[in-house]
Design a protein. Structure first.
Length: 416
C-alpha cells in the first residue's frame, strides 16, 4: 500500500496491476476511508469505508476506475462523510432506494436467509435441510443481527463453536451455507460485501467407513418402533437398508415409479443424484416392506407415496427426518456414531462379502454410482446388469431376514 501522496494520481492508479488470486486495496492517503480495490481479474473499484454514529462499520462502492476519476471519487467520499456526520447512513439509504418498498424485508440475516430459501430453494433438493440447519445454528443468534452488524470474526467464532462442540462436518456445512447466503445478499445488492467470504474451512473432513455389524443391524431393524420412530418411518429405514438407495430417493418413492409385474422400482432422472434414470430390482423383502407401508393387498391398490404420514399419501416423508430418526435410534440403542448413509454402505459392503459374492461393479450399479454408469455406453446398457443386480439384492434381503428373524426366534425360545 502506498502512502506517498504525490504518487496517488490517476496516472499512477492506471499503472497498478492485479495480483492473480488476490484482492488488493490501495487507500487514498488524503481521504480517510477511500480506497481503490483491485481484484485478481484486474477490476478496479472505488470503495469508501465508514462508521455511522452508532459505531457500525459499512462500505459504499462508488464506481469503477478509470470511468470514475480520483477527483470525482474524493468528492463522493467527502459528500458521504458529510451525510454520516449529520446522522445518516449512506449505505443503508442506498439499499432502501434499490429495494424500494421491499427494503424493510431484508433487514436482518434471518430476512436474507428467508429470501434466499424462497428464491433459490426451488432449484435445490437440499432446501429443507438447509432451512433446518439455519434455524438450528444461525436463526436464534446471528440471524437476528442486522445485515451490517455481522462480521467475519462473528462467523468464524460461531463456526468454531459448532465444530468444537462435536460436529466438525456439520460446522463445515454451516459455514458453506452462510457463505452462499452472503453471496446471494451481494447479488441482490442487500450487502456491499459478504462477511463469510475469505474464511477458510475450519475443520478437516475424513471419509467415513462405518459399517454396521450383524448385531447392530439386528438391533436397529427389530427395535426401531420401540425406541425412535413411527411405523412408516421404521419401514422407510428398513427399505433403505434393504435396497441401498439414497434417503431422498426412498423418502420420495411413489407408486407411479413401481413396475410391479417385473418387480422393479424405476427412479426417474429428475430424482436421481446423477440425473440418470435408475432401475432398482425389488427383492422379496423389499416388496414385503412396500406391502406393509401401503397397507393394502393386492398391489393394484397402491397409490401415492409409499412412506407417508398423510392419510391420502399425498406428501412424502422428509428425508432429513429419516436421518434424525436413524441417529436418534442409534443413540438410544447404544450404537456408536451411526448415520443414514452408513446403512447404504452396510448394504453395499455385505453384498460384496464372500457370503453373497457380488462384484464391486454390480454393487456400484445397484447404488447408481456415477463411476459405474457414466459414459456413452450407459445409454445402451440400462438393463445389462439387471440379473446381477437382482441376484445381489435378493441375497442381501435373504441375509437380512435370516439375521432379524433368528433374533426374534431366539428371544421367543430363550436361546442365547
Amino acid at each position: 500500500m502506498s502512502q506517498n501522496t504525490l504518487a496517488f494520481t490517476d496516472r499512477w492508479l492506471t499503472s497498478l496491476t492485479p495480483a492473480p488470486g488476490k484482492q488488493i486495496e490501495h487507500p487514498d492517503p488524503l481521504t480517510p476511508g477511500l480506497a481503490l480495490r483491485i481484484t485478481g481479474a484486474g477490476k478496479k473499484t472505488w470503495t469508501f469505508r465508514y462508521r455511522n454514529l452508532e459505531g457500525r462499520q459499512s462500505r459504499l462502492s462508488f464506481g469503477q476506475f478509470p470511468t470514475l476519476k480520483l477527483k470525482d471519487a474524493r468528492s463522493l467520499a467527502h459528500g458521504a462523510l458529510a451525510h454520516v456526520r449529520s446522522g445518516d447512513d449512506p449505505a443503508q439509504a442506498r439499499r432502501r432506494r434499490r429495494h424500494g418498498h421491499n427494503a424493510g424485508i431484508v433487514r436482518t440475516w434471518n430476512d436474507l436467509a428467508e429470501r434466499y430459501f424462497q428464491e433459490r430453494g426451488v432449484l435445490k433438493k437440499s432446501v429443507n435441510q438447509e432451512r433446518l440447519l439455519w434455524a438450528a445454528r444461525f436463526g436464534p443468534q446471528l440471524g437476528k443481527l442486522e445485515l451490517a452488524d455481522l462480521s467475519r470474526s462473528h462467523i468464524r467464532t460461531h463456526i468454531r463453536k459448532i465444530g468444537e462442540g462435536g460436529a466438525p462436518i456439520y460446522a463445515n456445512r454451516a459455514q458453506a451455507l452462510i457463505r452462499q447466503i452472503g453471496n446471494f445478499g451481494v447479488e441482490i445488492e442487500a450487502l456491499e460485501s459478504n462477511p463469510a467470504h475469505g474464511i477458510r474451512r475450519q475443520f478437516a473432513e475424513t471419509t467415513r467407513d462405518r459399517v454396521l455389524g450383524d448385531e447392530e443391524i439386528v438391533a436397529l431393524w427389530n427395535r426401531l418402533e420401540l425406541v425412535a420412530c413411527t411405523r412408516q418411518m421404521a419401514l422407510a429405514i428398513r427399505f433403505l437398508l434393504a435396497t441401498g438407495q439414497r434417503r431422498s430417493e426412498v423418502a420420495g418413492l411413489h407408486a407411479r415409479e413401481l413396475n410391479l409385474p417385473n418387480r422393479l422400482w424405476i427412479i426417474p432422472a429428475a430424482r436421481a443424484k446423477n440425473k440418470r434414470e435408475h432401475v432398482v430390482p425389488l427383492s422379496d423383502l423389499a416388496v414385503a416392506l412396500l406391502s406393509q407401508a401401503y397397507g393394502a393387498t393386492p398391489a393394484e391398490k397402491w397409490r401415492g407415496y409409499a412412506f407417508s404420514t398423510a392419510l391420502d399419501r399425498s406428501t412424502p416423508l422428509d428425508s432429513s427426518a429419516i436421518s434424525h430418526a436413524v441417529m436418534r435410534a442409534a443413540e438410544r440403542l447404544g450404537l456408536s456414531d451411526v448415520r443414514t448413509h452408513d446403512l447404504r454402505r452396510t448394504c453395499a459392503t455385505n453384498m460384496t462379502t464372500e457370503r453373497i459374492g457380488a462384484s464391486r461393479d454390480t454393487v456400484a450399479r445397484v447404488l447408481n454410482h456415477i463411476s459405474a454408469v457414466g459414459g456413452v455406453t450407459a445409454i445402451y446398457d440400462r438393463n445389462a446388469y439387471a440379473k446381477e443386480k437382482r441376484a445381489a439384492l435378493e441375497a442381501w434381503g435373504e441375509r437380512l431376514l435370516q439375521l432379524t428373524q433368528q433374533d426374534r426366534l431366539d428371544k421367543t425360545t430363550g436361546t442365547q
